[in-house]
Design a protein around this ligand. Structure first.
Ligand code: ADP
Length: 456
């Protein structure tokens, strides 16, 4: 039955229904009339109206079925049009936001060609290019975050988290970002030892990062206080600042995508206006709610509450910390040989330059097949930095073949396709993952993880 419902189109169902009702009426109408009426004269009279009864009943029945169906189609059409409009608007906004830092990068790269520039001017232009590139990467990451939340690909991953350690890590991270006239403080809602809960650490961290980054942007002097309070069944996280505050009107739209509150005569702030929309999406994924209290000129408090899941047994040892510290162990790098598998020339140059400066020997391959051959011929290769999308043979197949040749080799996936790719590479047997673009610290964090494994 469900098979019929799935594969028969609406018009086919109507046609079959019409034929079926007609056939049943022809076959059984005489019987029904003779059961209901006993008088022969009355039966003859009723029989003259049989055709009318059939036409009226099927007409009314099919009118209601068709009306219901057409209403559904009209709603779907309106929703599709609205979604199309929103998509176009989204793309227009993104395109505008991307063009702004791109303009900075392209413009100042062009200006750098001028040979009469002083060293100080060159450094200033390079800083603008570097800041614009970071902004561009943030935009791409935020767009990815939004689309993952909306498509339902961003799943909740619950693990045991020490909230106080998480707060300390966040405090450490931001201590150096605040200005000299700003004091940043943290408040713990539970004593250490009782602060281990079950939660999605990455999402809580990301939301707090968004809120604290905003606070830092909008406070010139004063304080930023963040932390959490434990209530009966909820955990309430907050970020309070004594910054410029937000008007009542803007508060109504603050969590909408691309909304930016820029009161006149204030300095220029960067940002796309996606951070709070992402934070709201993440809080909702955690089945919580987010809100704010703010007064222009006085400051703002952003807060979110999520369900409080206590941990019964406290295995504090099992709490994982994901903070990365890049250590450059010059002496241990000297003997290292890395195979770089990459088909993009600027990337090859960039990575080779960084690695060679640390005394690492770099061998390059431009496709997966070449990588397999080189791993076979050069037994001194210990680590492979593997791009995933390449001609001739892709990174997945290449890693599989290399693994068959050399069981202990350390293979790191490096890709710009970060959408779901991390999980896929873990399943495919890669040892580590690097999302492009990566900086020197992130690259050496991966190499250090490899060296730590060697020493175990
Ligand atoms: P972005 O910071 O990338 O512009 P957000 O979605 O994080 O985007 O924030 C949207 C807007 O909300 C910001 O542009 C700013 O106008 C306002 N806002 C957010 N946080 C604060 C804050 N702590 N103080 C004042 N205004 C804020």
């Amino acid at each position: 039955m469900s098979f019929l419902r799935r594969y028969l189109k609406f018009e086919m169902k109507i046609f079959i229904g019409y034929i079926l009702i007609g056939c049943l009426w022809i076959l059984f109408s005489d019987k029904v009339v003779s059961i209901l009426f006993s008088d022969a004269e009355e039966i003859t009279r009723i029989q003259t109206y049989k055709g009318w009864i059939y036409v009226m009943t099927t007409g009314i029945l099919f009118y209601f079925i068709l009306r219901h169906h057409i209403r559904k189609l009209r709603t779907a059409e309106q929703m599709a049009k609205e979604s199309d409009r929103l998509k176009t608007l989204f793309l227009q906004n993104i395109s505008h936001e991307i063009r702004t830092p791109m303009n900075g990068i392209m413009g100042f790269t062009e200006l750098l060609k001028n040979e009469t520039l002083t060293e100080a001017e060159k450094n200033e232009f390079l800083k603008i290019i570097s800041d614009s590139s970071t902004l561009l990467l943030n935009i791409v990451n935020e767009v990815l975050d939004i689309s993952m939340i909306e498509s339902g690909t961003n799943k909740v991953k619950i693990s045991e988290v020490s909230l106080n350690n998480l707060m300390d890590e966040i405090l450490n991270y931001f201590t150096h970002s605040v200005g000299n006239d700003v004091c940043i403080k943290v408040e713990y809602g539970l004593s250490s030892g009782n602060d281990v809960i079950k939660a999605d650490e990455t999402k809580i961290r990301q939301i707090l990062h968004n809120l604290i980054s905003n606070a830092i942007k909008f406070v010139e002097n004063g304080h930023i206080r963040f932390g959490y309070k434990a209530k009966e069944n909820t955990l309430e996280f907050f970020v309070e600042d004594t910054g410029i505050g937000i008007s009542k009107e803007s508060q109504k739209h603050i969590f909408e995508r691309f909304f930016k509150d820029r009161p006149q005569n204030t300095k220029i702030y960067d940002g796309v206006g996606l951070g709070l929309a992402i934070s709201k999406g993440l809080v909702e994924l955690l089945e919580g709610k987010i809100w704010l209290e703010s007064e222009p000129g006085k400051g703002s408090i952003f807060a979110f509450a999520i369900p409080y899941q206590k941990v019964d047994d406290k295995h504090e040892d099992s709490i994982s910390y994901s903070g990365e510290k890049a250590r450059t162990r010059q002496s241990t790098f000297n003997y290292l040989t890395i195979l770089l598998v990459e088909d993009d020339l600027p990337n090859i140059k960039y990575i080779t330059e960084i690695l060679s400066r640390q005394g690492i020997k770099v061998i390059t391959a431009v496709n997966g097949q070449q990588a397999v051959d080189l791993c076979h011929d050069h037994q001194e290769i210990e680590l492979v930095l593997m791009d995933l999308k390449m001609p001739v043979m892709d990174g997945y197949l290449s890693a599989k073949e290399i693994r068959e040749l050399r069981r202990d080799i350390y293979i790191v996936a490096q890709t710009a396709y970060v959408f779901n790719e991390r999980e896929k590479t873990t399943v495919a047997g890669f040892n580590d993952f690097l999302a492009k673009p990566f900086n020197v610290e992130q690259l050496f964090a991966v190499i250090n993880r490899f060296l730590e494994r060697q020493h175990q």
